[in-house]
Design a protein around this ligand. Structure first.
Ligand code: GUN
Length: 294
């Protein structure tokens, strides 16, 4: 079994990005600039955004964190989004999700200029991705593809089963895995109500679990010799930790890992790659590589 080390891979990619930024700056160019909007004080979102700001520093990017309290009006948030759309010094920006219930998340996403949407959540990016056109690809699925590529896990013609329902992981992951230029795999998408779930999973050469239920994937669901990607990052209480919690994946690592050829751990697997792919998208935005001359 080979452990897919997302932390080490992310460190390598961030160093590659930092080297590119160095050459941009040496040639008289401006540092890529990522802005992040954070609403409220949700612990998970605070951690993610702090990680994104830190990664910007590691890559040599400029970063700006814009904070609002939970009771911000939708109009105030939309007006900040429009301001960032129009700010020529900002190459890309994200609005950390989830947002408070009184704010229409989809309206916020659709107000972001798709050319600065480095999360790849805008319907223009999602739609272009679905038909294989240049676009910003959302960070988690992009990070998973990059891990599989760097570890030489063959996907072409293989059977890939994806577990989960989300817009930011499951749907783009399925689209990318089925496209010839990315995964070129035979893709099955399952969720908790799928019939014959165990049998479907057992046929997977590549099993991607993004269900958000700790320990959902057990040994009897895994085909021996397969590659298993665990996207779960559920916080479970743990009194032995200073933070009071630990991150738990969707896969029972202890029983599944001896069976498979490759596996991503939690933490240290997909998570660090997600932030790193956001950095890559920001670099692409700064270089105007995706939307040239628009
Ligand atoms: N919330 C959880 N994951 C993400 C992400 O990748 N981007 C944003 N903006 N919010 C998130």
């Amino acid at each position: 079994m080979i452990l897919i080390d997302g932390k080490a891979t992310a460190a390598t990619i961030k160093a590659e990005i930092a080297a590119q930024v160095d050459s941009i700056v040496s040639a008289g160019g401006r540092r890529p600039h990522l802005a992040a909007i954070l609403v409220g004080h949700d612990g998970g979102s605070e951690t993610y955004v702090a990680g994104k700001v830190k990664a910007c520093g590691e890559c040599g990017f400029q970063s700006t964190l814009i904070r609002f309290e939970d009771d911000v009006t939708e109009e105030a948030l939309l007006s900040k989004v429009r301001e960032l759309n129009d700010d020529p010094t900002v190459d890309g920006f994200i609005v950390q999700l989830p947002l408070p219930r009184h704010i229409n998340e989809q309206r916020v996403i659709e107000t972001i200029d798709y050319r600065k949407d480095v999360d790849g959540f805008h319907p223009i990016n999602v739609g272009r991705m679905a038909i294989g056109l240049p676009c910003f690809i959302s960070a988690t699925p992009k990070g998973i593809l990059e891990l599989l590529r760097r570890y030489h896990v063959e996907t072409s013609g293989k059977k890939c089963v994806i577990l989960g329902r989300s817009n930011i992981v499951r749907k783009p992951m399925a689209q990318l895995m089925m496209q010839k230029q990315y995964g070129d795999a035979t893709v099955t998408v399952c969720h908790s109500r799928s019939q014959n779930l165990k049998e479907e999973c057992r046929q997977a050469d590549i099993l991607i679990a993004a269900i958000g239920q700790p320990g959902f994937v057990t040994a009897d669901m895994v085909k021996p010799g397969s590659a298993v990607v665990d996207v779960g990052t559920t916080r479970v209480p743990d009194a032995t930790r200073k933070s009071g919690f630990r991150l738990s994946g969707d896969v029972r690592f202890d029983e599944v890992s001896p069976l498979c050829s490759y596996i991503t751990p939690v933490p240290g697997g997909v998570g660090p790659m997600t932030i790193c792919m956001l950095m890559q998208n920001t670099l692409l935005a700064a270089q105007r590589t995706v939307y040239t001359g628009e």
